[in-house]
Design a protein around this ligand. Structure first.
Ligand code: MRU
Length: 392
């Protein structure tokens, strides 16, 4: 069974409720952009690419099921208002704003054509949103291929044989339209027999690693081990050589023009550990996550989420022997009255990043330590032909 966070057919959209994973697989219907806004805010759907696609497709479903005005301008205004509303759901991941910008352009062009009708504008929007879903999967497969090739050829561990990898948060089929970004690189290494073992960090406080990435790795029968976030340093020090750990690979929510990268809280710590222990630190992200309009990490807005996401955990009851899926409980794991700081993301500075893996190849820094990310927008998406941009 293929893991699908998003089930879409024209006029119908369902999302896998990721708050109930890994123990319960339940799909929620999304009938409108309002449904999508709440699903994104509550993190029933999450991951930068998936957020963008659920938002874009929710409006496509709304448009298909609505009795629309025949007037192109009215439909255009309706679409733009809804896209502006959807972008307010969560601030850090740029993919949603990038999709909204592109869909506005498609909508304005369709409405501007001679004899344009409301129906024509709807059709142009729906087609463009549907194409985004298809493109995301093929882009992720390219990212996986380029990343695996680069790791095998450009790391000491890769030259020794099968490699182990550490990843953070969830960047797989559950965070995208399919295959995944950083987890896609691990899937591609496994697919080509180059993977020894995958380590995934729990990723407190939302536990995307222990709940979602572990779920995908077990689902795909990829040899894997879960660690808490606090164990990463000891893992690199005590098992780095015996497990032949080649790199830490993570996803991204927004890559600034200079390469500074916003990703799940805890990513910055891992980048420092990678530098200290001499393993590569790689960011895997489609070009829809690269934001050339944001000059550096300082300009990235970091979402802060409610403290209860840190102090409470929710899950099915376990009596020490068996799991009782019928009883879901919320337990407090913190002292009452304590203050909580809960930034959902942090920024890893470009100098700690060895490569940015995109669907058109791996971007490395030039001799003066600078990324040239504008170059990736000059290239066509390419299947896994080894491609390094910038450094060579
Ligand atoms: O808060 P989340 O779960 O949406 O955060 C997700 C991440 O940080 C991912 O690493 C990122 O969005 C890339 S998903 C391919």
């Amino acid at each position: 069974m293929v893991l699908q966070a998003i089930r879409y057919s024209r006029g119908q959209l369902e999302i896998l409720d990721q708050l109930k994973l890994p123990h319960t697989e339940e799909y929620d219907h999304v009938y409108s952009s309002t449904d999508a806004w709440h699903a994104i805010k509550e993190m029933r759907t999450r991951g930068a690419p998936a957020i963008a696609m659920v938002a874009a497709l929710s409006l496509a479903v709304e448009l298909v099921n609505l009795k629309l005005s025949p007037i192109a301008e009215e439909v255009k205004v309706f679409i733009i208002e809804k896209l502006d509303y959807l972008v307010t759901s969560r601030p850090t991941a740029v993919n949603l704003a990038d999709a909204a910008r592109k869909l506005k352009t498609v909508t304005e062009e369709a409405a501007g054509r001679d004899g344009a009708t409301g129906e024509a504008v709807r059709e142009a929007y729906v087609k463009a949103a549907e194409t985004m879903l298809i493109d995301d999967v093929s882009d992720n497969e390219s990212i996986g291929g380029h990343g695996a090739e680069w790791i095998v050829n450009n790391t000491e561990a890769g030259k020794k044989g099968q490699v182990s990898m550490l990843t953070h948060c969830n960047t797989g089929s559950l965070a995208t339209a399919g295959y995944g970004t950083a987890l896609g690189v691990i899937r591609s290494l496994h697919g080509k027999g180059a993977l020894k073992h995958a380590f995934c960090s729990e990723t407190r406080p939302y536990n995307q690693g222990s709940r979602l990435t572990a779920f995908e790795l077990v689902h795909d029968q990829i040899p894997a081990t879960l660690i808490t976030d606090s164990m990463a340093a000891a893992l690199l020090r005590l098992k780095g050589s015996s497990e032949n750990i080649a790199a830490i690979v993570v996803g991204a929510d927004r890559v600034a023009a200079n390469g500074d990268t916003a990703n799940k809280i805890g990513t910055y710590s891992l980048a420092i550990l990678a530098k200290h222990h001499g393993v590569k630190f790689l960011v895997a992200a489609p070009r829809t996550t690269i934001d050339l309009h944001t000059k550096s990490g300082e300009d990235i807005v970091i979402e802060e989420r409610p403290g209860k996401e840190v102090t409470l955990v929710k899950g099915p009851r376990h009596d020490g022997v068996t799991l009782d899926l019928a009883v879901v409980e919320t337990v407090s794991i913190a002292a009452n009255g304590i203050g909580v700081w809960n930034p959902a993301f942090d920024v890893t500075p470009a100098e700690l990043i060895d490569g940015i893996i995109t669907e058109v190849g791996v971007v490395e820094k030039d001799d003066s330590g600078l990324f040239h990310l504008e170059e990736v927008f000059k290239k066509e998406s390419s299947q896994a032909k080894p491609s390094t941009i910038g450094g060579i």
